[in-house]
Each structure stands twice: as C-alpha cells, then as structure tokens.
Ligand binder design. Structure first.
Ligand code: PEP
Length: 256
C-alpha cells in the first residue's frame, strides 16, 4: 500500500516572511491530514531556512526546487547538496519541465543532479512528462522511456525506493488544462512498467508516482483515486492555504 504524497511547488513565489505566514496558518488548520498522506512544501532557496525551522517539529517535509550537480567551488548562483543537508532539507525536485525548457537542463544534467542528490541521501522528486506536440505525434511512450532511462542511470534499487516520480504532462502545467484521470492513469501505468523493467516489479510497486499539472481542489479526488496515482505535485493551487488544504482533503478522502 503506497501512502500518497502531496507536494507544493511554489516556484519563484514566497520569500521568507510570506513562507512564515503561509506555514503558520497552514499548520494551525492541517489537523490529521498527515495520517493519510505525506505532505511536502518546496519554497524558493531563500525561504528554505525559515521553512525548515518552522517545519522541523511537524510532520510536513521541506523540498528544494533544484540543486547543483557540482560540489562547492566556482559556480556562481548555484547551491550544492551539502548546503541543503545543512538546512535539514530531505527532498529536492529535479527535472521539472521549467528547468528542462526554460533553463535547458538535459536528461544528462538531470541525471548528474539525481546522482549527486543521492550521494547525501536527499530524496529526489523526479519530474518527467511529454509536451503536447510529443503526445500528439505519438511519442508519449518514447519520451517517458528516454526520460526514465536517462534520468535514473546509475540508480540502485535503494536509490529508487527513496525517489518519488512526478508525471507532469507539460501541456497541463500552469495551463488550467488537466489530463483526464484516464489519460493520467494510462501514463502512470506506463511509467510503472518502465520502472519495473529497470528495478524489478517489487521496487516498481513501492515507488510513489505523483501526478502534476493543474491539480486543484475540484479535480484532486478523481485523479488521486486512480490506482497508479499516488499523490500530486501542485503549483498554482498550493499558493493559498485554503486551496492547498482543500486539495489535500479532497485528494485523500477521494469522495469517501
Ligand atoms: C508544477 O509546477 O509542477 C505544476 C504542476 O504546476 P500547476 O499545478 O500550476 O500546473
């Protein structure tokens, strides 16, 4: 039985004081939601110390939105894995489509970051997903296969078990267009088969695969009730306390 994991990707939103305001309010209203799902919040780098300080005594985890593939040195503007560990950050989002498309990160670079993260036991939230053009030209499977095979090169079974996969069709991210539950389930099942090919069925069965792409309170229950959808990576709808709480509530109760 895979425990769902719901993660907030705040992207370039919320500095330290907004992070504090959000988390204080969020925690005061969260109740027992973490009995049913793991919750992760990924603020920008500058807000990680504040988030870490507030969350260390709570059952909500912090994620960074990126990390360097390099160790300390002459890499202006970069943050390395030990810096994240020093802040007690357990998760890091890697391979997000905005990192791939806006910042030109290749599968090779993402793989280097994934391996670097695992050197210090950071847990990657490994994002994959096809563009609309790729889907419409029948390349869905090939794209997912390439991203999975290249991004997870050199991973052991243990590394894979410490990783969360996020399937995020690029055409659904920040667009208000969501994959239908059937489309999402179909892609998730394909990803699980790809993981089984690399790591065996037992490992693939245990890995949590989140769906991401315009998840909102209104569609969370239907998406998360699909058998291979084990949570959500949420951008826009995670920026307001009320909407993120409602999404968690709907996604974990699945219409019960
Ligand atoms: C994301 O940033 O990973 C994402 C899924 O964003 P949104 O929920 O806004 O589509």
């Amino acid at each position: 039985m895979r425990k769902p994991i719901i993660a907030a990707n705040w992207k370039m939103n919320k500095g330290p004081s907004e992070t504090e305001d959000f988390l204080t309010s969020f925690l005061s209203k969260l109740g027992k939601a973490t009995d049913k799902c793991d919750i992760v919040v990924a603020p920008p780098f500058v807000s990680l110390p504040k988030a870490s300080q507030i969350l260390h005594s709570h059952d909500v985890s912090v994620a960074a939105q990126n990390v360097s593939q390099y160790d300390a040195g002459a890499y202006t503007g970069e943050v390395n894995v030990l810096m994240l560990r020093e802040l007690f950050v357990p998760y890091v989002i890697l391979g997000h489509s905005e990192r791939r498309s806006v910042f030109g990160e290749s599968d090779e670079v993402i793989n280097a970051k994934m391996l670097k993260a695992r050197e210090v036991n950071l847990k990657p939230i490994f994002c994959i997903g096809e563009t609309l053009e790729e889907r419409e030209s029948g390349q869905l499977e090939a794209v997912l296969k390439r991203q999975v095979n290249e991004g997870l090169k050199g991973f052991s079974e243990k590394d894979m078990l410490e990783t969360v996969v996020a399937y995020e069709p690029v055409w659904a991210i920040g667009t208000g267009v969501t994959a239908s539950p059937e489309q999402a389930q179909e892609a998730h099942a394909k990803v699980r088969v790809l993981l089984a090919e690399l790591f065996g069925g037992d490992v693939a069965d245990k890995v949590r695969i989140q769906y991401g792409g315009s998840v909102k309170p209104a569609n969370a229950a239907e998406l998360l009730s699909q058998p291979d959808i084990d949570g959500a990576l949420v951008g826009g709808a995670s920026l307001e306390v009320a909407s993120f709480l409602q999404l968690i509530e709907n996604g974990t109760n699945k219409g019960e």
